[in-house]
Design a binder for this molecule. Sequence first.
Ligand code: NAD
Length: 303
Amino acid sequence: MGKKIAFVGLGHMGGPMAANLVKAGHSVSGFDLAPDALDHARKSGIDVADSAAAAAAGADVVITMLPAGRHVLGAYQGKDGLLAVTSPGTLFLECSTIAVEDAQAAHEMAAAAGHRSLDAPVSGGVTGATNGTLTFMAGGSAEDFADAEPILAAMGGRIVHCGGPGAGQAAKVCNNMILGISMIAVSEAFVLGEKLGLSNQALFDVASAASGQCWALTTNCPVPGPVPASPANRDYQPGFAGALMAKDLGLAVQALESTGVQARLGSLAEEIYRQFAEGEGANRDFSGIITEIRANASVETMA
Ligand code: NAD
């Protein structure tokens, strides 16, 4: 049976995710601060509310898909906040990418208000959100996960229960640290190959079937040619924007600092992507990092 779902944050990701909930037969009431997002949402059959509190009134489930932790905690708190305006026992699904610590704080606040909650960040980008094929990484109790699973299934293709509160964000931050580092590694290898006179196709043909194989190479290949659908073939239009990779690696570094883990490559990848995102890289696919690496590669060699 369809649920009454409040959806707060109807941007690039939240808009199509909420639209898929409507298609699955749920009654969705939504709110966003941006008028454009509300116009799109209205066209997808979402009942647009005047405020987050109005969207959440009477909801069985509240989903947030907001830019960062401060937006989520801000929307939860206060006398008109999402936690205060909903009936005890409401299920909160926090799908934004935020720090593990913020996710844990959101769980604690929800529990203190008598609610149930999961952190359930996603991977799969706008395409996955539109096609309903996102991967959800969930953290919270087994009971809350079981209740959330059919709702998440309307928006995603793969739903993994990663553990207790914050485990979903932990999985997200670890996965994206692998991705950031591996894209830099693949890009450095292509640039070195070019300098050695190796064609990109030859390196791809070997590495894609050898021990260098990884998603950054075989799906999001940073050079044009070997993988026709990769962003490199359309001048690095995202895809997954450099600004989002810089954000996610910033969350990884925050997690490294809070746990005391030394991860030299993770920290270096964060620095590299932060610089990339300060310039034009912000709005380019993160695989465009290869153009920076290539530009910096030509050091005079000794004769
Ligand atoms: P976005 O900026 O397009 O959407 C966020 C929306 O939240 C905006 O429309 C904004 O107006 C709205 N908003 C901000 N504060 C609000 C508030 N207090 N109340 C109501 N609405 C508010 O961002 P996005 O690309 O949809 O990303 C959302 C989250 O998903 C982020 O945490 C991002 O890191 C994560 N994510 C994005 C992608 C991607 O490819 N875009 C992939 C995976 C995860």
